[in-house]
Design a binder for this molecule. Structure first.
Ligand code: ADP
Ligand code: MG
Length: 679
């Protein structure tokens, strides 16, 4: 029934139907789940004696003295009086000829509008109105306000939805298990939909929001947990259990020049424990930039290769992948593993050779970019797949890994986000958090530099460069068309080179460069052949140059806090005191406040919280790529509801992962899947 096309349900014009269709509303069901954007509380009716000159009034009365006339400048003016038991007010409308066809002397109406004094009389200015009926839908109640488009306003939608609500909500079959509805004292689906549009009172509106908001989170959690269950399904042929070789790991760790932090140890332990199980791990490690995720991964790699399995490590950019390659190579040098690198710039013949070895099983570890999951790739016995900065990859790309047998999956992320948000975005993975920095890590001194101190800052930087330090200069995109930021970064580069630091080596890095050009520049920067590197946000993740101590960010207001924090993490990696200088062209108080939190806080988790509160989850890195649909009622920051939804979903997946006993839930999830996995 709910699939009935609107043209068979509504009495309206094709033009209106097309408009609705452009809003994605095609069926009766679509219209009913087009929830209000907000509400106006029009439940308070004032009397004419108490009309306010500042607020919008809702007032009930009888029309008298109605007439229209043309003004001298050709406008149509309609005037009337409205009377109730407390007094009489004037009414005036301009250019609304239909009013005279709807209102007559003696008509009872409810009017809504602002009032003004004119010629000593209080007068309602172009009020909207509703004829007195048994049930008001535009006034004297909590009135729903919808997303509007030209030709389709809230009033129109209300009028069309109301009769459907009364007739059709019964066709919504509740998909939530009755136990959950009863236990949480939720409204049924039908009641909730009725009350989300035309709530009888505030309390029922809240109940409707609570129920429908829960549904959104619950479905997401259910899907995530089901995904995890699917990931963990293995055929009896896949023996994926990898025992912990405690001696090996102890020995490896004892040779490091540092001791692992408590958080690193705990995370490593969680990983090794997972990998011992007979089904594949699905774990996400979150840790601030510099918290030392790599070494944890390396220990897991070592354990896995020694047990006779292969490793794939995938990073989102060539620079990062290269860096992983060289640091992993160094750490594991004593073990004599065969470690290979594959990226877009690997030649076809090299690739063929490496892939051949991967399939034969003679390559132990292969590190690379997306190239790693392209066609023709294969492994003899892949034990562990590691995805660095996983939010840069789509859901699909990750699932490709599953086709190489049933490897354990370890994702690494340097974008710290609050736990419950992570639980929703990456709910198909277990979470480890490295929330502790290695000992002796210095605080990076962060300053917001006013424009009139720019020259001083440059002089000071010059001084640092003379002492041998290195500098990043990050430029934002300046216009939409310049998607890679080539223009702004090139201009800034030329300016710094000619006018500011003519005596120093300056490098330029942006996304348009060929990958060997990029590598060359990064190598030169690493080797301190370049002192100042002017770059777009491509340096954002992972780059490790311990001698770089200054991070200068132009147009800082154009970046989110999480991203700024990522940039800042590029410095402070060595022995020297490091600095982050922020410049902004923005006068906006909001922007300046946001940048002030950069100055104040050094914890990525803290900044992520602020970012989330200020900009909402939609803006935060990864939300879009994660495939989470827009939530209408729930909030990704509502940790209490998320926990509750997670718990209820878990209880179901534990006993019935394929939802055999919950066909409606199953259908709901499949629908979600359709919208979701587009990438
Ligand atoms: P990220 O978590 O950002 O990937 P890395 O793994 O690159 O961080 O680690 C940053 C640096 O800190 C590396 O040079 C690494 O060798 C070093 N490091 C890692 N763990 C520790 C530790 N416990 N104590 C001191 N230095 C460490
Ligand atoms: Mg890293």
């Amino acid at each position: 029934m709910l699939e009935t096309r609107l043209k068979d349900v509504l009495r309206t014009t094709t033009r209106h139907l097309n408009k609705l269709e452009s809003l994605g509303i095609k069926t009766a069901g679509d219209l009913l789940i087009n929830f209000p954007r907000t509400y106006n509380d029009r439940s308070d009716v004032t009397s004419i004696a108490n009309l306010s000159l500042t607020e919008v009034n809702t007032v009930r009365g009888i029309i008298t003295h109605i007439f229209s006339k043309k003004t001298r400048n050709g406008k149509l003016m309609t005037m009337a009086k409205l009377t109730d038991e407390t007094g009489t007010a004037g009414i005036i409308w301009f250019n609304q000829p239909y009013i005279k066809r709807m209102l007559f002397n003696g008509t009872e109406v409810v009017m809504m509008g602002k009032a003004k004094m004119s010629f000593g009389n209080i007068t309602l200015q172009s009020p909207t109105f509703e004829l007195q009926k048994e049930e008001q839908i535009h006034s004297e109640r909590i009135v729903p306000v919808y997303h509007e488009t030209e030709g389709i306003n809230s009033k129109w939608i209300r009028e069309k939805i109301k009769p459907l609500i009364d007739e059709w909500t019964k066709y919504f079959k509740d998909y939530l298990p009755t136990e959950i509805v009863e236990k949480n004292k939720f409204l049924t689906l039908g009641e909730a939909i009725k009350n989300i549009h035309f709530p009888e009172n505030e309390e029922l509106l809240n109940k409707a929001r609570e129920r429908l908001g829960f549904d959104e989170l619950f479905i997401l959690q259910l899907r995530a947990l089901q995904k995890k269950w699917q990931w963990q399904q293995v055929t009896s042929a896949d023996n994926i259990s990898i025992p912990q070789n405690i001696e090996l790991i102890k020995e490896f760790l004892s040779k490091l020049p540092f001791e692992l932090t408590g958080a690193q140890k705990k995370t490593l332990y969680e990983i090794l424990l997972d990998m011992e199980k007979p089904y594949p791990m699905s774990r996400l490690v979150q840790g601030d930039v510099g918290s030392g995720k790599t070494i944890v991964a390396v220990a897991a790699i070592l354990n896995t290769v020694k047990a006779g399995f292969q490793i794939a490590l995938m990073a989102p950019t060539e620079i990062l992948a290269k860096q992983h390659y060289s640091s992993i190579y160094k750490f594991l040098l004593p073990y004599g593993f065969n470690i290979q690198f594959i990226s877009g710039s690997t030649t076809e013949s090299q690739k063929k050779e490496i892939v051949g070895q991967m399939k034969k099983g003679t390559v132990d570890i292969v590190i690379g970019t997306h190239a790693l999951i392209q066609e023709n790739i294969g492994f003899k016995k892949l034990g562990l797949a590691i995805v660095d900065e996983q939010h840069r990859f789509g859901v699909k790309q990750r699932s490709v890994l599953k086709s190489f047998g049933s490897p354990h999956l370890l994702s690494l992320s340097a974008t710290p986000i609050p736990r419950t948000l992570a639980m929703t975005l990456y709910g198909d993975q277990d979470l480890s958090v490295i929330d502790e920095m290695p000992k002796g890590r210095q605080e990076i001194i962060t300053r917001l530099i006013p424009e009139n101190k720019r020259i001083d800052a440059y002089r000071w930087i010059e001084d640092q460069v003379k002492k041998g330090r290195q500098v990043f200069v990050i430029c934002p995109l300046i216009d939409e068309s310049d998607t890679l930021g080539v223009k702004s970064v090139t201009q800034e580069y030329a300016h710094l080179k000619e006018n500011i630091f003519p005596h120093h080596e300056i490098g330029l890095l942006h996304g348009k460069l060929k990958s060997n050009e990029k590598s060359k520049i990064m190598e030169d920067f690493s080797a301190n052949k370049i002192s100042i590197l002017v770059s777009t946000s491509v340096v954002e993740v992972g780059i490790d140059v311990p001698n770089a101590t200054i991070m200068l960010i132009e147009g800082a207001e154009r970046f989110g806090l999480s991203q700024l924090h990522q940039f800042r993490g590029r410095v402070g990696r060595g022995e020297h005191q490091s600095y982050c200088f922020l410049f902004t062209g923005s006068q906006s108080q909001e922007a300046n406040q946001r940048l002030a939190s950069m100055v104040k806080y050094s914890s990525g988790f803290k900044l992520a919280e602020i970012d989330l509160a200020l900009r909402g989850p939609g803006e935060i890195y990864g939300v879009k790529q994660s495939g989470i649909p827009d939530l209408k009622l729930a909030s990704l920051t509502d940790s209490i509801s998320i926990e509750k939804a997670r718990m209820e979903a878990n209880a179901i997946i534990e006993v019935d992962p394929e939802l055999e006993n919950y066909p409606r839930l199953k259908e709901k999830i499949n629908q979600l899947e359709d919208v979701y996995v587009k990438d």
